[in-house]
Design a protein around this ligand. Structure first.
Ligand code: RP5
Length: 158
């Protein structure tokens, strides 16, 4: 069953958002990826966000750049946790994306991650941690992933 929905405002966001997908793959979490633009395809966003919980999704990871309304608008239309990834924009290096995703009004939360690749990876990990609350096998996989990361860190710089 697909548990995580990864949505993004443009195909150009995939280069960033694929890191969320790859992280979920590494943890064995079923997911889907869709291009859903708040501005260019508002009806697609409405349909996706309002139908997400009924389709069995548990977490939404939403990435967008610039005037990045996608995570906030998705969060407005579902009670599922929405994790926002600010995609690095050309003009403002993602500061616009970061602020428009983070500065939600009280009442409609979006869990905002870092700009770019790190944020996408961490959105995948945070989605995994949320799902692991009710899934012991996944919790074990997540702990193993983190242990492997720890083991991979060299003690000497070269
Ligand atoms: C946003 O505009 C998208 O999320 C993307 O980051 C940005 C640029 O989109 P394209 O012009 O590359 O389609 O809606």
């Amino acid at each position: 069953m697909t548990l995580v929905g990864i949505i993004m405002g443009s195909t150009s966001d995939w280069e960033t958002m694929r890191h969320a997908a790859e992280t979920l793959d590494a943890l064995g979490i079923a997911h889907e990826a869709r291009v859903v633009s708040a501005h260019r395809t508002p009806q697609r966003l409405y349909d996706y966000a309002t139908g997400a919980a009924d389709r069995g999704l548990k977490v939404i990871v939403a990435g967008a750049g610039g005037a990045a309304h996608l995570p906030g608008m998705a969060a407005a239309m579902t009670h599922l946790p929405v994790l926002g990834v600010p995609v690095e924009s050309k003009a403002l290096k993602g500061m616009d994306s970061l602020l428009s995703i983070a500065q939600m009004p009280g009442g409609i939360p979006v869990g905002t991650l870092a700009i770019g690749k790190a944020g996408a990876i961490n959105a995948g990990l945070l989605a995994a941690a949320i799902l692991a609350i009710g899934d012991e096998a996944l919790a074990d996989r997540l702990k193993a992933w983190r242990a492997a990361q720890t083991d991979s860190v060299a003690e000497l710089p070269a």
